[in-house]
Design a protein around this ligand. Structure first.
Ligand code: ADP
Ligand code: ZN
Ligand code: MG
Length: 279
């Protein structure tokens, strides 16, 4: 089976996935995203029919996926899934449309309107960039002056495409969040524990093994389906009362910091899934 793997850098993840694909007798063509120049026409893509998108750049992965789809490739994940997962407002909207439980959230387009709505809903709330990752610029707002300062920063810095306020209910987690990996079905998960309320492993949270209960697996599968993702890491927030809410869906699964301690064979699972995709 021919598979094209598109990457930005061959990180631990990409190397392990590559090994796993080759072990399954797949013929893998590597393409660095920075080298790609793609004509905007419907001429067939010269590579194989299945493309595994591992670009670290949202801009590149979204455009390259969209272009290769028109050229007849089946891209994992699809351009539509990348677009939805790459934007937390669109993600929340897709979850809401499919009745998937999530923290309440709203989008606003002007500083004072956002502050007024936060005041109306009450504190604490969370604000984060609609497009972002690794826990960057995720902020908890405890009162009016922080709300004003953060919303002013949101609307007076950055460029036009950044000028949208995303505000969410703050979920008081029990010291961790949960991540369930879905590839058609839930294949495993990790718990990310931290002293800090932001529990990204990129921010120092410690990954632990967690046996995914059936109810969490089902919820994660529904979330992945809602955003149209083939392969996804679904982040769940557990409330102190034990209620489970979907926080976000990641379209490019990273595991370099967690695979040692959690032992979920993600590279093999990703290879197996990709090799089984019908072009
Ligand atoms: P990123 O894409 O940067 O990972 P997230 O929305 O997943 O952005 O936020 C990063 C982390 O911040 C989450 O893993 C979680 O620990 C914490 N977090 C985010 N939103 C909330 C929220 N509404 N309530 C409580 N914690 C949150
Ligand atoms: Zn994310
Ligand atoms: Mg996250």
């Amino acid at each position: 089976k021919k598979i094209d793997l598109i990457y930005t850098r061959l990180r631990t993840e990409e190397r392990m996935i590559l090994d796993a694909l080759r072990k399954r007798e797949c013929e893998v063509q590597l393409h660095q995203d920075s080298d790609l120049v793609l004509s905007l026409d419907a001429e067939r893509w010269s590579g194989g029919n299945v493309v595994l998108m591992r670009s670290m750049s949202l801009t590149r992965s979204r455009y390259v996926a969209a272009i290769l789809e028109v050229k007849g490739a089946r891209v994992v994940n699809s351009s539509q899934a990348i677009t939805t997962c790459g934007d937390k407002i669109l993600t929340n909207l897709a979850l809401a449309a499919h009745g998937v439980p999530m923290p309440w959230s709203f989008a606003g387009f002007e500083e004072e309107a956002c502050v007024a709505e936060i005041e109306r809903r009450g504190y604490p709330v969370v604000t984060k960039p609609a497009v972002g990752s690794w826990g960057r610029m995720v902020a908890r707002i405890e009162g009016r002056s922080a709300a004003e300062g953060l919303m002013q920063m949101r609307f007076e810095t950055g460029s036009a495409q950044d000028h949208v306020g995303l505000v969410q209910q703050y979920i008081d987690k029990p010291g961790y969040d949960l991540r369930v990996y879905v590839m058609g079905r839930a294949v495993g998960g990790i718990r990310r524990r931290s002293e800090h309320w932001v529990t990204n492993t990129a921010r120092g949270a410690v990954p632990e093994r967690y046996e995914v209960p059936e109810s969490h697996a089902k919820l994660a599968e529904r979330a992945a389906a809602a955003v149209g993702a083939d392969i996804a890491a679904v982040d769940l927030l557990e409330t102190r009362e034990g209620e489970i809410l979907v926080n976000e869906v990641n379209h490019c699964v990273e595991f370099a910091r967690s695979i040692e301690s959690t032992r979920i064979p993600l590279p093999e699972l990703i290879a197996e899934y990709t090799a089984g995709v019908h072009p």
